[in-house]
Design a protein around this ligand. Sequence first.
Ligand SMILES: [Zn+2]
Length: 278
Amino acid sequence: MNITEMLLTNVNSRPKKKIVPKGVVIHWTANERSGANATANRNYFNKPTTVASAHYIVDDKQIIRCLPEDEMGYHVGAQTYSQAALNKLSNYPNNCTIGIEMCVNADGSFAKMYEQTVALTADILKRHGWGVEHLWRHYDITGKNCPAFFVVNTTAQTYTGMPAKDAWTKFQQDVHRFLTAYPQKPQPDVDKCDVELTLTSTGKLIDDVSYVPIRMIAEAVGGAVEWEPSTQKVTVNGQEVSYVNDQGTAFAKTRELAALLGLQVEWDEPRKAVVLKK
Ligand SMILES: [Zn+2]
């Protein structure tokens, strides 16, 4: 298991409030579209207009850490909470839980994403000295149908081939088995990076120079993008950047934009991804 740390810089999703966690809350992204993977969800959380977050996002290829486990995220807020949550957690469970988002993007493998989530969950439980009784579905806390494949029978059948209750029980058993089967499992490796984008879907090559969409990249690291209609100028954090317009999206040279944002650029050939690091 490999965790990529891409901590959020959006203050609206990451209030930097310290918490003492008491449990883990399992979610799904509820986004079945192709490309709605861990990176895309993380970049969504980091948009300045988003007020939502989770500590981890898991797809079939990656586990992304968006928040340190001892910081509060916004993943389980509601008007009212279940009695069990009020008794065992608090009257505002965001302030004592670690959230995991499971991705169900159509171009990913549910089975591999599930396996990675089991490994991650077991790792968190182990580090906190907890058993599976510290696991919650979002549903158990607020009544929301999340993750739907552990709550709603039709969705559970589609993804797991069994009723929702059984699918949730199996998940808990799988985590428990992982916990007990690998009692000496070491801490996971952590890669640090700030933005990661897959070029095939989000960037373009023009004369062998890579270009990336300005707004997506800048907002993924908390930058402010503005477009001035009268002059047609695009600025990032107040500095002008040259761009090409492709069907209404402004693309800048990856290196030029990275320099503006103070990031290093790396090209990951096997995954066809541009990785930007601080
Ligand atoms: Zn949820």
